[in-house]
Design a protein around this ligand. Structure first.
Ligand code: ADP
Length: 569
């Protein structure tokens, strides 16, 4: 302050002294009117008075002091005014209504945008200072009071998660009801424009639930094989007459004679368990059930209900994420129900079911099983027989399936799928040695010959050695471990032998019984259906022996040299 008082007065307020400004009213010596006086600042008035004093007047110094003080006051006033103006601007801002945040859906014209705010759609003007190209589908935008887009805000980082049901044209996505929302169609955000999306994937939505913003890493739907069911008439399955009859009674009859079942108030199963050794046709029977039921319904009612056959392997469902396995089970049923609602004959086929529906024994997966089994039971209880889903579970170890699953009202029909006996094996050989193939002799003769060779109790056919608890030893023969899968594979090998011969001899060839016998021996030494080890438990799984009665079961030792010289048989 003390310093500023010494400053020349004119500089302090930024106003020129009257002598510097000839235009000023102060430059005129005349008396000013009141209006003119009012236009002058205090400083100018002082200058005017000083200007009127005679030189060396005794008050000149006082007036100069007064001028400094007035200049100082005016400067303080000036600063105060600026501060008040700033405060006013701030108060004005704070009082103005909040901006709205919307989701940008698409541009409409160069200066308009389709925006959704709180579930309502708007066509908004875009602030000319905001380049339209800077806005991306799905991003948040700031809207002013007039709902004009004034700023882009980037993408939301949170929001609901839903599962994609179907990919539609134009990059749109259909989501199903199971997401807890109505079935609806979403847009893809610019972020997902090039992403390879698939049904079953989970995506996060914007707050307005109109745009899919991002794929969420875990929790993707199992990439499960939805197997197409080929033509599998019952006659293409050999040696399983009892199982086929049981399936037809369990599933076909109630579907085809609904009224009768209702009249007799006879319980209708929701599914069945197929149990038996691997490769004996459990999966084949499951698919054949779907195929034949469709045909039967079509023949009886004229209505063609396409089948939906969801084939899952139990271990695929096991997942280390807490709750994830349960979610997968729920999801499987949900998928089937959705398809059934669309008019499909929906089948849920769970292979290797003991791995996921096993007794809740202590073990690596016990905590998962303890939640999956009840979840599966709940889903089963929710099924309406005949109207929606048929559940087929298959297992090599039915003894391990949790009894809760097999209670009445759930999967209460158990159907055994045995290894084919000799007659069954011959029938399966006949199925695969089709008449249309080049065969060296009539199909039946060829099938009979290879079946005899396969099932004969000859030393050559001795395959496993078994030692009972009683100490008694015995042999299992190749035929005792035969399966439809092995027979199908033997015929395939025989075909390739015949083809090789045709190439070597450059002559027409056909499948001979020798081809089949060589193929059979090779199949038993190389087949990967058999365990690669000598561990008794592994081999016991392939048989019906009671483990308590057997001390050892395994390949015969020492292994005999293959008389064909192809290695070990
Ligand atoms: P599983 O499910 O019992 O392990 P699969 O049904 O997968 O056995 O059988 C494998 C393949 O073996 C079938 O696709 C089929 O080619 C053949 N197969 C098995 N059993 C039979 C059978 N009884 N009749 C005809 N082919 C069979």
């Amino acid at each position: 302050m003390a310093e500023s008082k010494k400053r020349p007065a004119a500089g302090a307020s930024g106003q020129k002294s009257p002598s510097e400004n000839p235009e000023s009213p102060l430059s005129s010596p005349d008396v000013l009117s009141r209006e003119q006086m009012e236009q002058l600042s205090a400083l100018q008035l002082v200058d005017m008075i000083v200007g009127k004093l005679p030189p060396r007047h005794s008050s000149i110094m006082d007036m100069i002091y007064l001028r400094d003080r007035v200049a100082e006051i005016e400067e303080v006033n000036d600063q105060a005014r600026q501060t008040i103006e700033k405060m006013d601007a701030i108060i004005e801002k704070l009082r103005s209504p909040a901006f709205r945040v919307g989701t940008f859906l698409m541009p409409i014209e160069p200066d308009k945008a389709h925006v959704v705010v709180g579930g309502t759609d708007y066509v908004c003007r875009i602030d000319p200072q905001l380049p339209l190209a800077s806005l991306q589908v799905g991003q948040r935008v700031l809207l002013n009071e007039a709902f004009a887009v004034v700023q882009g805000l980037g993408f939301e980082r949170n929001g609901p998660i839903v599962r994609i049901d179907e990919l539609l044209s134009g990059g749109r996505l259909r989501i199903g009801q199971e997401s807890g929302m109505l079935t609806s169609v979403l847009l893809r955000s610019s972020l997902l424009a090039k992403e390879k999306l698939k049904p079953g994937m989970e995506v996060r939505l914007d707050a307005n639930q109109r745009v899919a913003l991002e794929v969420i890493g875990i929790g993707k739907r199992i990439e499960r094989a939805l197997e197409t069911v080929n033509e599998i008439p019952w006659t293409s399955i050999g040696g399983q007459d009892e199982a086929v009859q049981a399936i037809r009674d369990t599933i076909e009859l109630p579907f085809l004679h609904k009224a009768l079942f209702k009249k007799f108030e006879h319980s209708v199963p929701k599914g069945f368990l197929l149990h038996g050794p691997p490769g004996c046709g459990k999966t084949l029977l499951g698919k054949a059930t779907a195929f034949n039921l469709r045909q039967q319904i079509k023949a009886e009612t004229g209505v063609d209900r396409p089948e939906f056959f969801l084939h899952v392997k139990g271990p695929e469902i096991l997942n280390m994420w807490v709750g994830e396995s349960e979610r997968q089970v729920r999801d499987l049923f949900a998928q089937c129900r959705e398809r059934a609602a669309d008019g499909h004959l929906a089948f849920l086929f769970i292979d290797e079911a003991e791995s996921i529906l096993g007794t809740r024994r202590a073990g690596r997966y016990s905590s998962i099983l303890s939640t999956v089994v009840p979840m599966f039971c709940t889903e089963m209880d929710g099924i309406e027989p005949l109207t929606n889903v048929v559940v087929i579970i298959a297992s090599n170890r039915a003894d391990l399936i949790d009894p809760a699953i097999l209670r009445p009202g759930r999967i209460d029909r158990k159907i055994k799928v045995n290894r084919p006996n000799k007659e069954g094996a011959q029938r399966i050989y006949e199925i695969y040695l089709k008449d249309t193939l080049p065969l060296a002799e009539p199909r039946e003769d060829l099938a009979k010959a290879i079946t005899e060779a396969h099932y004969g109790h000859t030393p050559d056919n001795q395959f496993l050695e078994i030692v009972y608890r009683s100490g008694r030893k015995d042999f299992l023969y190749r035929g005792d471990l035969a399966s439809g899968a092995i027979i199908a594979a033997i015929v395939e090998r025989a075909k390739s032998l015949a083809i090789k011969r045709a190439i070597e001899t450059k002559q027409d060839t056909s499948i001979t019984r020798e081809d089949l016998i060589i193929a059979m021996k090779k199949e038993y030494s190389e087949n990967d259906l058999f365990p690669p080890t000598d561990i008794t438990e592994d081999w016991l799984k392939l048989t019906d022996f009671d483990p308590d009665n057997v001390i050892r079961l395994g390949p015969i030792r020492p292994r005999k040299k293959d008389e064909l010289g192809t290695g070990i048989i």
